[in-house]
Design a protein around this ligand. Structure first.
Ligand code: GLY
Ligand code: MN
Length: 426
């Protein structure tokens, strides 16, 4: 089971790096701060921290706001929940916590006291009373606010409200999402360790599930087993809804109904990823439901595998995941060219890969050159709805100085090895 770091220095170092980037990119004469929002908790889903807030703070409490002043001070605002919050949920930070432990200069109440252990209702002006007062005077003094401006969810709503509650808020705001994405893209050793662990747990889930796949089993039973292996191995959760797609469903790229019974002759795409210590893996394999590929399935499968292995062998720093301006060094366009040799390019209908990290589709611009420390997937596939046939093979890689290193290589993928894996009983 994942053990959170008890020392928050790593997160403080990331903030220092960000502030120095913001200083370089934007310069600042007057007061300026970086503001980051925690996510909000709800009853229907487990709480998961906003990825950027977590990246810069390591804090797993909901509804908090971090302010890091470029001139040196830092404030963590937390809701003033009912003091017996700890009776209902695990609560790590309160008004009497030591801010220094979390790398902050001070902890302040966000607003007026709440009557409950959580925000009910959400996004009221009174809940942000002190924060609004502080930011209003900061802006009056000519302050600039750097932030990753949220585009969806409660974060986006809160920004809209802040713009009505705080005079001059929108004008003071500078969206630094691209700068933050560049920092988050380059993974440090701690992050690589967690992504590697997530990939190993995911590989184990595939291995366990392979022997369970047979005609008559339902897709939802396979999904249940995938999610069970994540939980039972390391208290890990799915980083995204696990995809178990058989027959025609395998041609639906993000199929999550999982309602169909496996039929002999079907191929089954399993695309899943454990989240471990907040970091995601994302690994896909394609299995023949009855344990043996037909000659046609095998020949298509071998082409997809050849494309993946070729692309992994040529990937280097300086190339792109996808950039149509430079097709010769764009991995996506190189994969399309490989499929074209077999007249299959029109059946490869999604991106070759994406960055991976705190989010399964992690931040980062695929049109910027790859560099050491980037973690990404390579997931070529072919989808032939008229043959009810979908094949995807996906692994996770980290870019090193001299090429891509596979983080999910514990899991077999040659067709003979897939068939052999399926003969193992649970
Ligand atoms: N694992 C699903 C995707 O990459 O879109
Ligand atoms: Mn993926």
């Amino acid at each position: 089971m994942f053990k959170p770091l008890s020392d928050f220095t790593l997160f403080a170092d990331r903030r220092d790096r960000l502030l120095s980037v913001l200083d370089d990119v934007y310069g600042f004469e007057g007061p300026a701060l970086f503001l980051t929002l925690a996510d909000f908790e709800g009853l229907r889903t487990s709480f998961r921290q906003d990825s950027t807030f977590y990246y810069f703070t390591g804090i797993t409490e909901p509804a908090a706001i971090g302010c890091f002043y470029l001139q040196g001070h830092s404030t963590l605002y937390i809701p003033k929940f009912w003091e017996q919050r700890a009776m209902w949920v695990t609560s790590t930070i309160g008004m009497s916590s030591d801010p220094g432990h979390y790398g902050f200069n001070e902890i302040r109440a966000l607003g007026n006291a709440e009557k409950s252990y959580c925000f009910k209702p959400l996004l009221l002006e009174a809940q942000y009373y002190s924060f609004i007062a502080d930011i209003t005077s900061f802006i009056k003094a000519g302050g600039r606010i750097f932030a990753c401006v949220p585009t969806h969810g409660f974060g986006a709503l809160l920004f809209e409200r802040l713009a009505t509650w705080i005079s001059g808020f929108s004008n003071a705001l500078v969206d630094v999402s691209r700068d933050v994405a560049r920092l988050r893209r380059e993974k440090d050793a701690y992050e690589l360790q967690l992504i590697h662990a997530a990939a190993q747990i995911t590989a184990l889930a595939h291995e366990q599930v392979a022997g369970f796949i047979k005609p008559g089993v339902f897709e939802y039973q396979v999904r249940g087993l995938v999610d069970y292996v994540f939980a039972s191995t390391a208290a890990a959760v799915p980083a995204f809804p696990s995809i178990v797609a058989s027959g025609y469903n395998a041609t639906i790229l993000h199929y999550t109904d999982c309602s169909q019974q496996l039929q002999s002759g079907d191929l089954v795409v399993i695309d899943c990823g454990a989240e471990y210590g907040n970091y995601a893996a994302d690994v896909s394999r394609t299995y023949p439901a009855n344990g043996s590929f037909t000659p046609r399935q095998r020949s298509l499968y071998e082409i997809v595998l050849e494309v993946q292995e070729y692309i992994a062998s040529i990937a280097r720093p300086g190339m792109f995941l996808c950039n149509k301006e430079y097709p010769d060094i764009s991995l996506h366009h190189q994969a399309l060219a490989c499929f074209k040799q077999y007249d299959l390019d029109r059946y490869f209908c999604h991106g070759l890969g994406h960055f991976l990290g705190l989010d399964v589709h992690d931040v980062g611009d695929v049109q910027e050159p790859l560099s050491p420390g980037d973690v990404f997937t390579l997931e070529p596939g072919v989808y032939l709805p008229h043959e009810s046939c979908g094949i995807r093979i996906e692994d996770d890689y980290v870019m090193a100085d001299d090429g891509a290193v596979c983080l999910s290589d514990a899991l077999v993928k040659k067709p003979d090895d897939i068939e052999a894996l399926m003969t193992r009983s649970l």
